[in-house]
Design a protein around this ligand. Structure first.
Ligand code: ME8
Length: 644
């Protein structure tokens, strides 16, 4: 069908960690849209992949004692496997370390350089290594802490190449004035526009301090900045610049899906780069919300990272996909809880959808020997109402799917499913069967089979396996995913078919058993160290600035009006001093007095609850902060000895 093309992307994910539900969410959403568009007759290109360059990856590799290439090659497997488990139908998987990508990045760099959109300058600023971002003085405060992650920033000056983004401020504003649906939801549109109106600065797009990246053409002391490199993946997938037909076919239709954390890159930097290349900015950037877990930010140190592999093992792929798409409106933040997932499995899937199928199949087996009735007979008023409601639901479902309102589309389908269950109660087909009233029974069972066929088709983008099972059990050949929604007509199923009842779609989860098992699982999980907790690299000179010495604890007293603090008097051999330490909940004064411990002696004095602390003792702490061990010396040594 000419003109019916659709290109959808997920962000390319960093490979310094394993995939979690956040990554799964975006990718499932993109997959739902891709599957839906195929059912609308679109030729779909659907890309996902991995962002494999940059300092963060290099540091993660260093910590593991691997080369960066070894690290990315090993971690990428987790992403590929997860997408397979989750039945993601991506048509491409791009890795930024592939030669096909480096070529495009270098081509684009050279082209923008030649046309004067890139220039060489120098960059000075406050740099956050984990976030790989410079921040202006105005954003870093007195503490010089990263406004995003709160870690200390480094003041750095670097020679750098810059992309002349300032040049595109006006063209971008013009573009967004004309294309109000280019950024969705609309609240994000307003946010981006006011940011652009605040003035755009040229972007530093190269680094000399990093080696793990794509070399900059003509100046190999630099590598290309990871974000400039990463954004271009969307064009690499299209075969830019050589495959003009593919670019022409798909590029104008591109939809980027991501969470709100990275929309500035996608709604400002990237469209400016595209305008500079003479290409259209993305047709749509959809920014969805952020998942927390049981009310908390997800992090390894909290031990609450939700593993999609575990969730699909426990509840099945379709239940997991359904839950993520149904639970929160696409575009808003949400909270993940396994209990809520179990609730939806029991109510929406087992009770509503599963029951509709089972009751229908059971009655067909009991009363018509397994043959699906043709619909001939005495029509009832309610039959027509259910038919009209089914057709209307298909219409509203499509309207909602077209604008990414996944939860709304599902709600509509479930309203229909619930209504169909009520229709069974109202028409009482078991009674009609017992009475031998086949004239009425036929149309009722036929109506139910049609509702099942339509709802299977509509839920197929969300729950492809379940939809197929419904087709199979109601005797419809083929896969609903291959249907065209335009061709879905009431009464349009194969004339003669037989049902075959198999396992229930979603067995009910017994809450008592589930609670016990969950408690056992939770007990087996321990909070691990968060790789994000690592500090930026320091030199040996930096380390030497910290004066660590052996001291002996003389006397320990609680600090008044504090539950946590001790005032600790120490003997350093050459002097006595007092420190204040927050270890009262972990050790009694008796456990401390007389012990030899390690103290930082040249820490700037600080007053805590009115007591001046002249140093700090060292202790190791578990990731959950629940226990602690003091650093001490393993043999007798003079007080005041330096620790190196
Ligand atoms: O930002 N809730 O990669 P990334 C919802 N490589 N979505 C979440 C989430 C959460 N808690 N956590 C992660 C990068 N995501 C860059 C992108 S693109 C050219 C380069 C999802 O691995 C969400 O889609 O940090 C978010 O935008 C993305 O993962 C960030 O993935």
């Amino acid at each position: 069908m000419p003109g019916k093309n659709f290109y959808i992307t997920t962000p390319i994910y960093y490979v310094n960690d394993v995939p979690h539900i956040g990554h799964a969410y975006t990718t499932i959403a993109a997959d739902v849209m891709a599957r839906y568009k195929r059912m609308c007759g679109f030729d779909v290109m659907f890309a996902t992949g991995t962002d494999e360059h940059g300092q963060k990856i290099q540091q993660a590799a260093d910590r593991k004692g691997m080369t960066a290439q070894e690290l990315v090659d090993s971690v990428v497997v987790n992403f590929r496997n997860l997408w397979e488990v989750l039945r993601i139908t991506n048509t491409d998987f791009i890795r930024t370390t592939e030669p096909r990508h480096a070529r495009v990045v270098q081509y684009i760099f050279q082209r923008l350089m030649d046309q004067g959109d890139i220039y060489k300058g120098s960059y000075e600023g406050w740099y956050c290594v984990p976030c790989e971002t410079y921040f202006p003085e105005s954003q870093v405060g007195d503490g010089k802490l990263c406004p995003d992650c709160g870690r200390p920033l480094q003041n750095m000056t670097e020679e750098s190449y810059f992309f002349r983004m300032s040049r595109y401020e006006k063209p971008l504003l013009d573009h967004y004035e004309k294309n109000r649906d280019a950024i969705l939801p609309h609240s994000r549109y307003n946010e981006v526009l006011s940011f652009i109106k605040g003035g755009l600065r040229d972007q530093s797009i190269s680094r000399t301090s990093v080696t793990w990246g794509i070399p900059l053409p003509g100046d190999e002391r630099h590598v290309i900045y990871v974000w400039f490199d990463a954004l271009i993946n969307y064009l690499t997938v299209c075969g830019y610049p050589e495959k003009e037909d593919l670019v022409g076919k798909f590029w104008p239709t591109v939809n980027h899906i991501m969470a709100k954390d990275i929309i500035r890159f996608h709604c400002i930097v990237w469209p400016a780069m595209l305008l500079a290349l003479g290409l259209n900015p993305p047709a749509t950037v959809f920014s969805h919300g952020w998942w927390t877990v049981e009310g908390d930010k997800m992090s390894k140190s909290r031990g609450n990272v939700v593993d999609p592999f575990e969730m699909t093992d426990l509840y099945g792929v379709d239940a997991f996909r359904y839950f993520l798409m149904r639970e929160i409106p696409f575009g808003l933040d949400g909270d993940f809880s396994e209990r809520a997932l179990v609730g939806r499995v029991n109510s929406d899937l087992a009770n509503d959808q599963g029951n509709l199928l089972n009751r229908t199949l059971q009655m067909i087996e009991n009363f018509t020997g397994g043959a699906v009735p043709s619909g001939q007979g005495t029509p009832g008023e309610l039959d027509g109402m259910i038919r009209d409601m089914t057709l209307a639901t298909l219409g509203s479902y499509r309207a909602k799917m077209d604008v990414y309102a996944f939860d709304e589309a599902l709600k509509d389908v479930w309203t229909l499913i619930k209504r169909a269950n009520k229709y069974i109660d109202e028409t009482m087909p078991w009674k009609l069967g017992k009475e031998g009233n086949l004239e009425r029974l036929g149309p009722v069972l036929f109506t139910l089979c049609e509702v099942l066929r339509f709802t299977a088709a509509m839920t197929s983008p969300f729950m492809p396996g379940t939809a197929r099972k419904i087709f199979d059990q109601t005797g419809i050949p083929g896969d609903p995913a291959e249907l065209l929604l335009d061709e879905l007509e009431w009464g349009g199923a194969t004339a003669e078919r037989r049902v075959s009842k198999k396992d229930v779609l979603f067995p009910r989860i017994d809450l008592k058993v589930w609670e016990k098992q969950k408690a056992e699982r939770d007990a087996g999980k321990t909070a691990g160290p968060d790789p994000g907790d690592h500090e930026p690299e320091v030199t040996i000179e930096d380390f030497r600035k910290i004066e660590l010495r052996v001291a002996q604890v003389l006397k320990v007293e609680p600090v008044p009006k504090s539950d946590k603090l001790y005032r600790i008097d120490l003997d350093l051999g050459y002097e006595r001093r007092t420190i204040v330490s927050g270890i009262r909940e972990f050790r009694s004064p008796e456990e401390l007095e007389g012990r030899k411990i390690i103290v930082i002696c040249n820490l700037k004095p600080a007053s805590l609850r009115g007591v001046v602390s002249n140093g700090m003792l060292l202790a190791a702490e578990t990731a959950d902060g629940k226990s602690l061990a003091l650093l001490t010396v393993d043999s007798d040594i003079a007080l005041g000895s330096r620790v190196h």
